[in-house]
Design a protein around this ligand. Sequence first.
Ligand SMILES: [Zn+2]
Length: 281
Amino acid sequence: MAKEKVFGICKLCLQNNELRDSHYIPKRAYSMSMAKSLPNSNPVVLSQGQVKQVSDQLRGHTFCGDCEQMLSDRGEKWVLANIPDDQGEPFPLQEALLPENPVYIGDGINLYAGRKIPAFNMEKLIYFGMSMFWRGAVRQWKTSFGGIAPPVDLGESYEPIRKFLLGGPFPEDVVIFVLIHNLKPAINTATTVLRAKDGLASFYWFYLHGLGFKLYLGKEVPKAIRRLCSYRSSEGFIIMDREFGKMVHEFMRDFLTANELSPKMKEFIKGPDPRKKPPGK
Ligand SMILES: [Zn+2]
């Protein structure tokens, strides 16, 4: 039986059009994990106050076909081709950083000049990151059995980010970080957009198979953070940050019970293999 067509206002172009059954977390990453039946690769979602991995996707009629295509062409497709398909599979972006000299080495943090590394398409990475944060805010994302993704509030930045995704300028008062997981292999999971706070400011973040993004909003974002922005910095900073890796690990460890983790994942969360050196060291 053919699915009934759904019409409405597309959240991105704001035109009345036929709407696709859009996914919050990129569809290909999800269907790949489903195809291989890897329960550990399912996105993490907040359900009745608890964060769980879900085996069905967060979806809903949200964007028209043209906008879906644009989101894919301008970011998602390239990003999915450059992150691992599965735990331990090749991770082209992490591999590309290994022979590079960081432009800055701090305590547990390495900065690389993304715009000088041919393997990094900064435009696509930034577009993808921005699109995911914004997707988190366009609607309440639900699974078919009632799981609800944590809400995302972009405040005054919502509309400038929508315009950016349609080809407008990068919004004022928005700072984005592109991060590559510091351990090899990178933990293979996907999160929805989540809120967190560090010593300097609060931010949103998400993680997708080794690739992470942070988003800081507002005029109060400290200068120290602004100058590291992957978009604004002339180098196009790519960040390998031990603390970010730790945050992803702690998130997985704290919110998933042992029987929800595959043996591979359990072993990984216990800690890195001391025989394997972390990249970038
Ligand atoms: Zn549209």
